[in-house]
Design a protein around this ligand. Sequence first.
Ligand code: IMP
Ligand code: MG
Length: 180
Amino acid sequence: MPPEAAATPIAPGRVLLGAEIIARRVEELGAEIAVAYQGRELTVVALYNGAVFFAADLLRHLPGAVRFEALCVASYEGTGSTGTIRFRQEPLPDLAGRDVLLVDDILDTGQTLRAVCQRLQAETAPATLRTAVLLHKQRATAAGLRADWTGFEIGDEFVIGYGLDFNGLYRNLPYIALAK
Ligand code: IMP
Ligand code: MG
């Protein structure tokens, strides 16, 4: 057994959102986003690794001229945010004058989206910058945060699958489950 797995007490528990439910919602979000950017060139910036599935599935529902960039950031260790956002990739993509949609897996404390939005605004000067997240935790609602597009609202439990990990594990699950 690899050392990481041996030190990991967490396993997939109850399925919160099955693969078909996720697929239907991502298709709906794609349709809404397509209408919002109709006739304009869109640049999707996905926050990796967490948004890997959401971004890939969402992109397939966006017609027309769409660019794609990935930005590698990390904040979580285990099941808690470290509070510091590390950009693992420099330089930032060239987004000057572009209509940018920032895509992430989940809005929790909001620190990640806030830090990334601030840096993109300050250093790349996009024409517009909006956000889409697949999941939105209650904590984000309590803090008055909201992405421009949200897939599902969930409780404050730690979830894994469909890109979301625990210590690097379980991103591969095609559904979203509670961690147990
Ligand atoms: P925030 O900065 O606190 O909003 O957290 C956003 C980031 O934390 C996301 O991009 C996820 O990578 C990670 N995260 C937050 N909640 C969870 C969870 O329940 N499971 C796995 N990762 C999470
Ligand atoms: Mg993440």
